[in-house]
Write a protein of this length. Structure first.
Length: 169
């Protein structure tokens, strides 16, 4: 999985200005691709719709579970695996992508490259106490509005703001 983005301002303008020098690569070169799980639940105690955020291991910024393609696995399967490894949650994952977002991946060697993330909805049915990255990340259930406030990537903010329980496929 490698390193995450460095700490920086939460303002979208800052993120976009960091991505701007890589604009030509977005159109001319192969982008890196990852698959993510947008984990959600409807709480039984009051019917509140919530989404799950986790922190990245390096920068501790709020993100959703995501990872690199895996040989022999479909994108929605990778998303489900990452949700369990990073947050200890399992559930039903939609095969069809719910959306996409881009971000600037910073590798351990300091190299930066644009990355496109395919997002799959995962309705959480089970939460486990023992999982691969336990203790390496924080996780928190929040409203879609709060999730949009916490994440850095403008397109991911839009995905959260577009989510309403009746609109979910």
């Amino acid at each position: 999985m490698g390193g995450g983005l460095r700490k920086s301002s939460k303002k979208s303008g800052t993120f976009l200005s960091e991505l701007a020098p890589f604009a030509a690569r977005l159109f001319k070169e192969r982008m890196y691709e990852q698959f993510a799980a947008l984990c959600y639940r409807i709480r039984a105690d009051g019917g509140m719709f919530e989404v799950l955020l986790v922190t990245s291991r390096d920068s501790r910024r709020w993100v959703i579970p995501k990872g690199w393609p895996m040989a022999g696995k479909k994108p929605h399967e990778v998303a489900a695996i990452e949700a369990f490894e990073e947050a200890g949650v399992r559930g039903k994952t939609k095969k069809k992508p719910f959306g996409y977002f881009t971000y600037l991946k910073v590798f351990d060697n300091g190299q930066r490259a644009p990355c496109c993330v395919q997002v799959h909805l995962l309705e959480v049915k089970e939460s486990c106490d023992d999982f691969r990255e336990k203790g390496q990340r924080l996780s928190e259930w929040v409203s879609c509005a709060e999730a949009a406030r916490r994440v850095r990537e403008p397109e991911l903010k839009s995905i959260f703001l577009s989510m309403q329980p009746p609109l979910l496929p």
